[in-house]
Design a protein around this ligand. Structure first.
Ligand SMILES: Cc1cc2nc3c(=O)[nH]c(=O)nc-3n(C[C@H](O)[C@H](O)[C@H](O)COP(=O)(O)OP(=O)(O)OC[C@H]3O[C@@H](n4cnc5c(N)ncnc54)[C@H](O)[C@@H]3O)c2cc1C
Length: 253
């Protein structure tokens, strides 16, 4: 290459088409899309894909969605929450049908990733649909030999808004190395003995593995949620370098 030649273009991830194999209703506002990509070289838990919709007049909209399935799964699962005035999420929830093609590219992202080789303990902290990439990590952990100690702190508006609740509760019942804590911010069932309100410093101090055990943190959810929980952890003397974050959007959720 001479000094005047342009550097090589970055290796762009190509767009491809997946077929929708199933649409699963998770809650009143959330559905999972189970996709069969034409070609898939695999992903690491925590990565996401970009979805691209193209209107008849050529207008295109792209959004990112975390992968909820484990790398061991044959099909790719995305879990999408409705943003009422949104451009893309209402289409994915209301219009997309089994058998439809869906344009996407991925996997994308290398920072917010956990694989069994990284070991534990791991503290996963989700706000709303921020559970999605953490679910990929938990599903991958489930298929890993030996119990890697894990905590999931999951903040949802109500129990009815908890995505993957049956699967999470079942894992918590059978796996002594997995602790599951729900924080219900808006509505709690009668006789609810769990946490009421947002995730706070006391809840984190009571349930996270202690700093001496060097836990790895993965926090995902609305921007304000992620920033708040991260700064509480730093206040609690956890190593900032052990805290990885993924922000889904602008809302305070
Ligand atoms: C790395 C990454 C991974 C993501 N993974 C997921 C996922 O697994 N599941 C999922 O449901 N979403 C996920 N998101 C969010 C997703 O990309 C879209 O932003 C979301 O679906 C809204 O898109 P929309 O076109 O429906 O709304 P838009 O048309 O983009 O926005 C409409 C209105 O809603 C507000 N808004 C935009 N995004 C959000 C949001 N996330 N929460 C609340 N308000 C918002 C906008 O400010 C605007 O006022 C992820 C985002 C990123 C960056």
């Amino acid at each position: 290459m001479t000094a005047t030649e342009a550097p090589p273009a970055p290796n762009k991830i190509a767009w491809q088409v997946a077929q929708v194999e199933a649409v699963v209703t998770e809650t009143s506002r959330v559905k999972s899309l189970v996709l069969q990509p034409a070609h898939w070289a695999g992903h690491r838990p925590g990565q996401h894909v970009d979805i691209r919709l193209t209107a008849d007049d050529g207008y295109q909209a792209e959004r990112s969605y975390s992968i909820a399935s484990a790398p061991e799964d044959k099909l790719l699962t995305l879990t999408v929450e409705r943003v009422d005035d949104g451009e893309v999420s209402p289409y994915l929830l209301d219009e997309l049908r089994v058998g439809d093609p869906l344009e996407f590219r991925g996997p994308i992202g290398g920072h917010f990733v956990w694989t069994r080789g990284l070991g534990g303990p791991i503290c996963l902290i989700a706000g709303g649909t921020g559970i999605t990439p953490l679910m990929a990590m938990l599903r991958h952990r489930e298929r890993s030999p030996g119990g890697i100690p894990a905590l999931l702190l999951y903040s949802a508006r109500s129990l009815a808004d908890v995505v993957y609740r049956e699967e999470l509760d079942a894992t918590a019942r059978r796996d002594n190395d997995f602790r599951l804590i729900y924080a219900l911010t808006r509505q709690q069932p009668d006789h609810w003995t769990g946490h009421r309100g947002r995730i706070d410093k006391t809840l984190l101090a009571d349930h996270c593995f202690p700093p001496a055990q060097n836990p790895m943190f993965y926090i995902c959810g609305p921007t304000a949620f992620v920033e708040n929980v991260s700064s509480l952890l730093v206040d609690l003397d956890f190593n900032p370098l052990s805290i990885k974050t993924e922000r889904f959007g602008p809302s305070g959720g």
